[in-house]
Ligand binder design. Structure first.
Ligand code: ADP
Length: 515
């Protein structure tokens, strides 16, 4: 049950507007809240401090008057001072008590403690020359003591004026101010909520626009311009999608080209068959020899058609899945010898000498059928595109990592401008010659595909009229890379040296798996 809830939570995706909205709320709310609390506290403290100061000032004024009038000596007590003390106590909603040296209360504005002894901390401290105030927060009052000096030169402390005043009215006032502040705070809170919502929607707008454009692309509108440059991120996404679309278009285009090439190639033998059959049918009494000749041509065309189809099927199969490789550990020497044995009769027929040189014994992980097809194509081409009395030299070599099969010929060569195209499907330098020799234009495409499937590389060096050298490099140990994993880089340096050490027939063209 718990795991189901968790899974559901994982599947549900939240709009980015939500975390943005919450973030803005937190950013806006926290300072507002902290500021509100601090202001409230400091407002209350300031009110109390200023009230204490006021009472203290008033008491100091009266205490001066009391000193001047000799209030502390019983016989010369000034009644106007008493009135003043009563008035101050009333104004501050408090009580003032005057204590003499013997801690006896000689004046109490509440008239409750007169004649009694009043010993309190602030009174004792004040007699010692330290006047201070005391705030009782819980009981909502404060008390302060002010000394009353003698009227003589030495200014001794004759008595102490103790004032106590309530802070309740101050707190009430602060509470009322706090209520108003809370109202404004609530208003600001709502403004903040609206602003956060608007801002999160506004900030996410470019992503919304991008989504709409991508939806149109998904509907098949591949020509749709994707350029949402509001943010770096949207710009990068736009670029990535635009690149993917460009690649898709290229794939689409090459698929169209391939289909049209295939149709053309398949139609050519059929057209020939039709022409041959029509001409036979149009002749009323054609000689048997002509019939035989035409029927043999028709049979050749059918062979050609079936070869094209076979080659196409091989290519399509290889395109489908690399996993279809049937890798086995194989004696490559034996494999090459077998291929050459099969091709020797053709070479003999064309009067081409086939030489094999095995520099060392090689055992490698390969797909026997596919690799055999690839090498077969190279040697067969070397024979087909050769000259009368020419030669084909096949060499097998290896180092600690790769084995190399080099197929050199003394043939017609490939002009420099065609070299990069010969591995393309249906590409033929000389269509007529290729047709004549039964070529389909798919041989090198198949060879290249097989080598790439083995994580290898093929390189071509050729000079028109002098001959060609195809060098295949394949790792001795096949490593299966999970799709998307980077593949090892090619040892270009050594490959370059090897190419330079070849027959020096001119430009080099290499094809290998892209990393
Ligand atoms: P095809 O079936 O026509 O031989 P390939 O794909 O095997 O097709 O080769 C493509 C083209 O490359 C050939 O048509 C030919 O023009 C050229 N070619 C291939 N190998 C050689 C070679 N050894 N010497 C000269 N030209 C070659």
């Amino acid at each position: 049950m718990l795991s189901r809830i968790r899974a559901r939570g994982r599947n549900r995706s939240v709009s980015m507007k939500v975390p943005l909205f919450l973030l803005f709320l937190i950013i806006g709310f926290l300072p507002m809240y902290i500021l509100g609390r601090l202001t409230d506290q400091s407002f209350r403290q300031t009110q109390i401090d200023s009230r204490i100061m006021e009472v203290q000032n008033q008491c100091l004024i009266v205490s001066n008057k009391m000193s001047r009038s000799g209030y502390m000596s019983e016989d010369s007590r000034d009644s106007t001072v008493d009135v003043e003390l009563d008035t101050i106590a009333d104004i501050f909603n408090g009580r003032i008590v005057v204590v003499n040296k013997n801690f006896k209360v000689i004046k109490d504005t509440f008239r409750l403690a007169e004649g009694r002894t009043h010993v309190a901390e602030e009174v004792i401290l004040c007699f010692q020359g330290e006047s201070r105030s005391r705030l009782e927060k819980d009981k909502h009052y404060f008390a302060l003591a002010v000394p009353v000096y003698s009227n003589t030169e030495e200014k001794s402390i004759e008595g102490v004026l103790v004032a106590t005043a309530s802070t309740e009215n101050l707190m009430d006032m602060a509470g009322r101010v706090g209520e108003k502040a809370a109202f404004f705070q609530t208003m600001s809170w709502w403004v903040l909520v609206v602003a956060a919502a608007a801002l999160s929607v506004l900030l996410m707008r470019p992503f919304g626009r991008l989504e709409r454009v991508l939806n149109r692309v998904a509907d098949g509108n591949l020509d749709q311009a994707i350029s949402e440059n509001a943010y770096k991120e949207t710009k990068q996404i736009s670029l990535a999608v635009q690149n993917t679309i460009t690649k898709l278009k290229t794939v689409d285009q090459s698929r169209d080209e391939f289909v049209s090439n295939v149709s053309h190639e398949l139609k050519t033998p059929i057209t020939s068959i039709r022409v041959l059959a029509d001409s036979l049918m149009s002749m009323e009494e054609a000689p048997v020899e002509l019939y035989q000749e035409f029927m043999s041509d028709i049979s050749d065309e059918i062979d050609r058609e079936s070869k094209i189809i076979d080659d196409l099927l091989s290519l399509v199969k290889m395109d489908k899945a690399v996993e279809e490789l049937n890798i086995v550990q194989l004696d490559i020497n034996g494999l090459v010898q077998q291929i050459l044995k099969r091709l020797r009769p053709i070479a003999r027929r064309r009067n081409v000498e086939l030489i094999y040189e095995s520099i060392r014994e090689v055992t490698a992980d390969v797909d026997e059928v596919k690799l055999s097809l690839a090498i077969n194509n190279l040697v067969e081409n070397a024979i087909k595109y050769n000259i009368e009395g020419g030669w084909v030299h096949v060499t097998l070599d290896a180092d600690h990592k790769y084995f190399f099969v080099k197929v050199s010929d003394s043939g017609i060569g490939i002009p420099e401008e065609f070299q990069e195209h010969v591995f393309e499907r249906f590409y033929r330098v000389d269509k007529a010659r290729s047709r004549e020799t039964g070529g389909t234009g798919l041989g090198l495409a198949i060879t290249r595909k097989v080598i790439l499937m083995h994580h290898g590389a093929v390189r071509l060096m050729s000079k028109e009229g002098e001959g060609s050298t195809f060098t295949v490099r394949i790792p001795l140990n096949y490593i299966s890379y999970p799709s998307g994993d980077p593949q090892p880089s090619s040892p270009k340096g050594r490959e370059g040296q090897q190419a330079a050490g070849g027959r020096g027939k001119g430009p080099v063209s290499e094809t290998q798996e892209q990393t």
